[in-house]
Write a protein that binds this ligand. Sequence first.
Ligand code: MN
Length: 228
Amino acid sequence: MSYVIDIPEAMELPVQGGGQFPVQQIYCVGRNYADHAVEMGHDPDKEPPFFFMKPSYSILHSGQDMQYPALSSDVHHEVELVIAIGQGGRDVAVEDAMDLVYGYGVGIDMTRRDLQAEAKEKSRPWEAGKSFLHAAPCSELLPIAACGEINSGAISLSVNGDVRQNGDINQMIWKVPEVISRLSTLFSLRSGDLIFTGTPAGVGPINKGDRITATVAGLSQLEINVTE
Ligand code: MN
């Protein structure tokens, strides 16, 4: 095969124990924890969670520097459990959904909150707020074969050692199998896809010079530094 342009850089995530996971689409769930929906001014009983996407190039590995993005002065952290899809599917039943899962990671749905707020106000799409270089830091992945299903456990994020977000995976409104099933009715899930499953309360701004750590019980910690 001869390509007519340079082949773009392949995005990947390291796997605990060895190997690389090739990253394809990045799906995200909005307002999947009631306390976060409330802090953003919404009623989770009236508005169910929903989906949006980020480009694969927004992946940033643990230990790397996050470049503070342009055109924003209010970038927020949202710590999230990340699902790595190992096998594709469409219209997947809830009871079959876990068959698609390769493993788990800890991610941060970085958000240009000022640009997102402007998009909401003007009823425009969210990409300007959610999609940019380094918008999706993610830890190394742990295969589900090694850890089993994660349905509960602490999820937290600290900035310079101060805990800002502290929740539990069991607070998710749509549980992981339900997220996968619903996504697969809207989109064609494929191997290599990631799903960021929503954030608990406590989102807030990051600043240049910050050291951010994100954890989910049982998974590798995610650590990044925010730079110019
Ligand atoms: Mn989020």
